[in-house]
Design a binder for this molecule. Sequence first.
Ligand code: LUZ
Ligand code: MOS
Length: 761
Amino acid sequence: MKGAHDAALNLRGMTAYIDDLPEPANALQATVKLSESARGRITRIDALAALALDPSVRVITAADVPGENQLGFTVADEPLLPEHEWEYWGQPLVLCLAQTRALARRAAELVRVEGEPLEPVFDPREAAARGEFILPPRTQSSGDVEKAVARASYVAEGRADSGGQEHVYLETQGAFAELVDGTRVRIVSSTQGATVVQRAAARVLGLPMNAVEVEARRLGGAFGGKEDQATSWACLAALGAFVTGRPVKLYLDRKTDMRATGKRHPYSSDFRISADKDGRILSFEADYYQNSGSSCDLSPGILSRTLFHACGAYRVPNVRITGYMCKTNLPSFTAFRGFGAPQAFFVIEAAIDALAAKMGLQAEEIKARNLVEEGDVTHYGMPLVGVRAREAWDRLTAQADWRRLRADIDAFNAAHPLEKLGAALIPNCFGISFTKLPMNQGGALVHVYQDGSVLVSTGAVEMGQQVARKIARVASSALGVPLDTVRVERTSTLTVANTVPTAASTGSDINGAAALAACEEIRGRIIAKATELTGLAAAELSFREGRLLCAGSDTGLSFRDLVAKCHEARIDLSAHGFYATPGLFYDAQAERGSPFAYHVYGAALVVARLDVLRGSYAIEKAVAVHDIARSLDPVVDRGQVEGAFAQGLGWATLEELVFSNEGRLLSDTLSTYKLPDAHFLSAGLDLDFLPESENPRAVLGSKAVGEPPLNYGIAGYFAVLDAIRAARPDARIPYDLPMTPEKALSALSGGLVGTRKRGNA
Ligand code: LUZ
Ligand code: MOS
């Protein structure tokens, strides 16, 4: 595990997260008081009983915020602590500090927040009907859908709903904050974006950004949950430190985290799809009602990604889609691996399923006929290059012997009344780049020390995805030094400024490229010195594994020797590197442009085995063929694809957020929120990579890997659906993801066995 850094520490259980860091003796522990209804107007906050509990207790409210009480940068709709109204059940109302966590919790229980109830709304369509939007609706279109529908041989329409998803990062949200020299504040945050926290904390505390230092050492997982929503906890800790002058640690217990923080956005959508007599898709229309929750947060970016991925991995000549960001009284839904794309994929996959039923064809036949091809132009005007959708599809269907498998499944089902198999295939096409153009930039700071060892700092936050390992590989390859001589430091606003969150699968693309630029600059200086010392031509010189080579043969000089010579000669052995993803542009007015650097392709197959009497099912087979181009680290990429596929299967089949009719999250523990576990995928996940090919649009020919494979999980939904239909060909089953065993049982019993009420979310 040389140079593996966190991976090796993780395996040995030695990784220190924020709560493992020793804190100063005078530190205060923090907790929050959560609202206990979905919406209300604050009339009085009574902290007397809490304060009487212990002299160390402090109760901090909106009135204590020295700067601007506002975390919303896109829309100013997110006070750090509410002044007038609370907008969801579980919203932090006040901050309580005390000597111990137990005292702080007790204090929070004793604080009384009185208020008048206001009428909440939970359903996105209802919010839309009332005109409750975060921002105005957005429409993208291409071609002429009315004309297409008029000449189509088949038209299918319907509705598709998908539920949210709890992040269940292993490390809950947390932060530590302290004053430095009484004038500056230092924050250690479990955030994906050190600068995101720095900017917000500066605003809240009324400080310039140079007086706020934010460190993200490493996170115990994030999955998007800490792109924007680590911020409030970091700001609360900083506020506590600022008000009391003492260090403050705020660390959420699991239940508080689940209640108070946002999840994947639930969507409710209407679709209409049309095709010619051969099943070629002529048009696709959709209205996406995004349940944005109580505040803007990242909802516009997520809606963008939904709209860009409306057509899935299919060529559709005529498109008209509209997205609505519906404001509801639920915790503000936020980034989650996939960022709106899986929600869009589910709708088009449902539409094709409905179309197949109309045509009396297998959905897979329609899919195969409509895959995106080289040179196709997306509905937002971006030509697709390096398309590998068909390559992945063909490879998968050949490997899995799809026709034979289908026939075997049908034969099995005909012979087994109480057990049914079902299968589904899904192709993938996922755009890489932040949909918000200015976010596609990053910096790096590289030091080569006198002994030849290398230290790299970037904006990339290590959260278990091994981005540090990938960046170490980039630096090692750029400098030609052994991997174990490169160390990647934690992310800090002191070393790299103006970072973007480690998100959108771009962590190694952007930060790796910035590190590469810095390494190349230093390498150039060292090579120049080597030329001067040896008289050899610079073009002939290279480093490999720490040795200086000339036209491939060893010169007898090492990287380390030359570094020492450079230092003696007073040559700078440090460099800052910067990368801005080239070629991106977008005209928001026209809804036309090239918002992505490139796309990632692939295809997956899921087979499910259903117990017809119980509605329970098992994933019998999960296979993916995935495009990682020329991988920076195939072992890491394998882990990412497997993890994302499993997480997608969880979203599509098991994981169900349940809210009461009053908007209270009922699935607020890990005993009521069912996650995939080792048994769930006991059959294993069969993963194959497409043949290596160099991607010219990312660092060292690689491709981003974090999010795209999550879409594969959607095949799990349709595989179970397929099995249910084998038992109940007549059943009318709404497209409603996740396909939990409860819903399967309800469908199998023709609705005789009802599902539990999901609230309106
Ligand atoms: N975060 C973000 C993301 O701010 N913009 C994006 O486009 C994005 N995409 C995927 C995941 N996180
Ligand atoms: Mo994100 S969903 O924080 O990449």
